[in-house]
Write a protein that binds this ligand. Structure first.
Ligand code: AMP
Length: 295
């Protein structure tokens, strides 16, 4: 695997179809599952590792974001990554960027509403990665549901010649969605956090049993979460095409949640369809051995 720090070096010596997996590092099996999807589809697999200051609305969140670049590189190499693009902030932002990519309609709800400026930062950095690295396809996790819709719409709206692919959410065997932030959870906070996935699974069960009301589905998640010491920010059923709020599941959507367990902010979702099918993600057979712990 080649480790490079500049866009120019990343574009050198690659053949055939190139796939990009953007990450902020501190990798877990969820990230690596995206690398494997990329591996199946492309001749050259590239990952990027960059903790993007532009998408952090809270400076203390940026400061404490976990980092372990050497371990990330070893994991990526093992997963079959060919090129790791790990730029310094100066390569990405040699000067204050005066150009921003913004999708106001998509950023008005959920993560966008709770984290002002977050999606402008995401869309801008992903646009830079697409422009600078010129991948043919890019793989994102559907764990970050709204982000996946934002990036897909940005690429389509701006005619970017890149196919955006979504990978399923990878979960611990007990349901907790893998996240770089899980490492911050104490045992008690981790147990409480399970209320999130339990609530989402209850909602998916209800959809499979015929429920279509957003209020009823959101209520099931809120009920499960209220049994735990969780500080809930939102639980919303959203349109999968544009993230607007749905009152009835009459088109493909996702039910998304943000909650804090202790001081750690977690997000999760299930994708739901009006035909009664649900995409709950995939579960590891055994507790994760990477960051985030199996409890
Ligand atoms: P991050 O490093 O958190 O910015 O995540 C990098 C990519 O990995 C994003 O596309 C995320 O959606 C994806 N990702 C994060 N957690 C998971 C997970 N548990 N399962 C699948 N993809 C994930």
């Amino acid at each position: 695997m080649r480790v490079v720090g500049t866009f120019g070096a990343a574009r050198e010596r690659r053949g055939g179809i190139t796939a990009l997996v953007p990450t902020m590092g501190y990798l877990h099996e969820g990230h690596l599952s995206l690398v494997r999807i990329a591996r199946e589809r492309a001749d050259t697999v590239m990952a990027s590792l960059f903790v993007n200051p532009l998408q952090f609305d809270d400076p203390s969140d940026l400061d404490r974001y976990p980092r372990d670049a050497a371990r990330d590189a070893a994991l990526l190499e093992e997963a079959g990554c060919d090129v790791l693009f790990a730029p310094q902030v100066e390569e990405m932002y040699p000067s204050e960027p005066l150009t921003r990519v913004t999708l106001p309609a998509l950023a008005a709800t959920m993560e966008g509403a709770h984290r002002p400026g977050h999606f402008d930062g995401v869309a801008t950095v992903v646009a830079k990665l697409f422009a600078g690295l010129q991948p043919d396809l890019a793989v994102f996790g559907r764990k970050d549901a709204q982000q996946f819709v934002v990036v897909s719409r940005m690429a389509a709206d701006l005619s970017m010649p890149v196919e955006v692919i979504g990978g399923p959410t990878l979960r611990e065997a007990d349901g907790l969605a893998l996240s770089s932030r899980n490492v911050f959870l104490s045992d008690a906070e981790r147990r409480a956090a399970l209320g999130i996935s339990r609530g989402l699974m209850a909602a998916a069960d209800a959809v499979e049993a015929g429920e279509r009301s957003a209020a009823a589905l959101e209520g099931l998640v809120l009920e499960e979460m209220s049994r735990q010491a969780l500080d809930v920010e939102y639980a919303e059923l959203a349109d999968a095409a544009d993230t607007s709020r749905l009152t009835v599941l009459d088109r493909p959507g996702f039910l998304a949640v943000a909650a804090r367990s202790g001081s750690t902010r977690l997000i999760d979702n299930v994708w739901l369809r009006p035909d009664g099918s649900a995409d709950r993600g995939a579960r590891l057979g055994a507790p994760s051995v990477l960051y985030g712990g199996g409890g």
